[in-house]
Design a binder for this molecule. Sequence first.
Ligand code: G16
Length: 543
Amino acid sequence: MTIREIATTPFPGQKPGTSGLRKKVRQFKEPHYLENFVQCIFDGVGDMEGATLVLGGDGRYYNREAVQIILKMAAANGVTKMVVGQNGILSTPAASCLIRKLEAKGGIILSASHNPGGPNYDFGIKYNADNGGPAPETITDAIYALTQKISQYRILDATDIDLSEIGEVSLGGMRVEIVDPVREYRRLMKELFDFKKIKKLFKDGFRLRFDAMHAVTGPYSTDILERKLGAPKGTVINAEPLEDFGGHHPDPNPVHARELFDIMFSDDAPDMGAASDGDGDRNIILGRGMYVAPSDSLAVLAANAHLAPGYKDGLAGVARSMPTSGAVDRVAAEVGMPCFETPTGWKYFGNLLDAGKVSLCGEESAGTGSDHVREKDGLWAVLMWLNILAERQESIAEIMRAHWRTYGRNFYSRHDYEAVDSDAANKLMDDLRAKLPTLTGQTFEGETVTSADDFSYTDPVDGSVTSKQGIRIQFESGARLVYRLSGTGTEGATLRVYLERYEANPANHELETQVALQSIITIADQLAEIGKRTGRVEPDVIS
Ligand code: G16
């Protein structure tokens, strides 16, 4: 087998976003596009000779071809061992788990997360470092710089290898170990949670509906929930992973997980509903007739984590992304533990977790996780909730109401305007930024602004500064308004508006969320002229 050195030219726009490089499949299929980026990963990370890497993806369209290309390039770049999920499959948290378990140099994960899949939709690739988490900016910046000047890549001239059988094969001088994608992950979950108690919960008749959305958590949830924990067959719905996710967006929100929401708001709703996304790192939780906002879920997990064996000694601290509601801050203040506010993107939690400053973190974008891996983890969150429910023997609605009685309720919602003209979106943000210095002290709809800024973060561990991370406007009442442009979309720009209002009085805790937030919603449009500038009369997604 020979190594070929193929001449190439730089591609514009191979800049990794919040979560690696995410583009349309047709872009990835352009000659040399994927190969260029992969070569830049190998060169940007460096020292591939002797390295062990982990490789896998969420099984979306183009996963199979991409895995074969990456394996041949890894062999040509001197990688010693590649550990690949069977059939090229690994959920994002399972990949993180394997990198840590094997003490690998890092891993390559193929996914466009919650974005749709198929020939006309999205694909993605990202590099995770040896801590199992998304590569820090020093690495992604180095990769990006190389994409601007690449002139050749190396690839082994070889036939595709069969990834359907667990075992070991060689490819050129490289060993390829094909592993069960679920096994190590399941072991880790067993260490963290009381499987016996959760088993008993199901035995006693607890009913769960887990929507795998035809994405990667199908095999993980069927194995763990149905086979190991004894949940009845059919607990997992849409369990079969499909390359196009059955034509849906594998995004667990009220629009794309409609089927689950309908079940949970029906007369025959089970006790709990949950769903994960394309690559298995996000989660949503529903009780009977109740949606648990991800920011609230984070707060409840923070307040109850000690009920699960893996967290019985309590938490070192918690962290949330800036746009996530302050519900978890209230728990942290009560317990007396540190609470950090980071920019959006899981990578910002990495340093805090590695330094032992926090053991639980989460984001409004349906992500929660802990120091067990360095990615958010959908099924982990479901198991954590199950463990808490098994201990408390209360319904989800009872747990939520008790939580609000204790801490007050942070009403919260996110309004998304998708595929907005990029120039219009950037101008909207620039004009808002220009207005910031004038806002403090002004009153809108009865709400007085106490501060207004563009979020900037100084990492408490390495001192690095990340600026322009979203516009935040804080009101005297405790309400807050945040504007941010998404870093994960592949079409135009997505404007996200995050709305929050604190309510201490239990008499108002049952208000409908959008009603509770009405004044903030009105201010959001007044300040940014969203309707006028985007031409939209309402958001595409309200979550
Ligand atoms: C990715 C990151 C998350 C982040 C999200 C933000 O999620 O891993 O940490 O919260 O992007 O998305 P946006 O920039 O669109 O608001 P995922 O699940 O897409 O990998």
